[in-house]
Design a binder for this molecule. Structure first.
Ligand code: FES
Length: 158
């Protein structure tokens, strides 16, 4: 009999930091894409800070690495190029504007849908940038759906 493997490969997580580039690279390009333990991420360098998140938008899988960065209500967001959803760079929250239907003349307010896009940790060491994946087993995030094989934008050479 063949030995059977009881561990589901989906549950195996590797959370060791992965090198993605140098500070110099980021200062030139401002953003980069990388494959970190088989998960595709985008890393932004914005106003002196690094932010990493899943590359495919939680809404419908749009390519966040092609979006514009803008501030909304004082929060810095990536705006998805497909349907203009706004995602905070620091927390992965989806922002939206709401209006009280009973008072249509009221000024729309910015609200959060909560964390929708999985963000990852960026560390800088001796001019080198590393990304550590957040633990997918700790909590579920809508962007996890688009982090699976069939939606990948960057294909690994096989
Ligand atoms: Fe990003 Fe729709 S896919 S807003």
């Amino acid at each position: 009999d063949l030995p059977s493997c009881t561990q589901d490969p989906q549950t195996i997580e590797d959370n060791s930091p992965v090198y993605v580039g140098t500070e110099e690279d980021f200062k030139k390009c401002q953003r980069m894409t990388a494959v970190v333990h088989d998960r595709e991420v985008v890393i932004f360098y914005h106003k002196g800070e690094y932010h990493a998140m899943d590359i495919r938008c939680y809404h419908s899988g749009g390519p966040l690495h092609l979006g514009e960065i803008e501030d909304f209500d004082g929060r810095t967001c990536i705006v998805c190029p497909w349907h203009k959803y706004k995602i905070t760079l620091s927390t992965g929250e989806g922002l939206y504007q709401s209006i009280n239907p009973k008072d249509p003349s009221a000024v729309p307010k910015w609200c959060s849908k909560g964390v929708k896009q999985r963000i990852h940790t960026v560390t800088v060491k001796n001019g080198h940038i590393y990304v550590t994946l957040s633990k997918a087993s700790d909590f579920k995030c809508d962007s996890d759906f688009y982090a699976t094989g069939q939606f990948k934008v960057i294909q690994r050479p096989s």
